[in-house]
Design a protein. Structure first.
Length: 77
């Protein structure tokens, strides 16, 4: 498996077990992913594989964020 620069930050968000830290981890991962996408726009770079991995990671973070929001709603209600 290829390791991308942003992968460790993304993995930290996925593996976070403290729900109070989850939103911060998600934002950090999203920031790293969007920064990498910006690099692509500047240097016309990125392999198709990395572009797909970024798209998949962003979808995964969206799912994780929905879980965080559902958990927070449940605790508030």
């Amino acid at each position: 498996m290829i390791e991308y620069k942003w992968h460790d930050i993304y993995k930290a968000a996925l593996l976070e077990t403290d729900w109070s830290n989850m939103e911060e981890r998600i934002k950090a991962a999203e920031g790293a992913l969007h920064a990498r996408k910006h690099e692509f726009s500047v240097d016309h770079g990125g392999t198709p594989e990395e572009n797909q991995a970024i798209a998949d990671a962003l979808r995964g973070l969206n799912v994780l964020r929905k879980e965080v929001n559902a958990r927070q709603s449940k605790r508030a209600g």
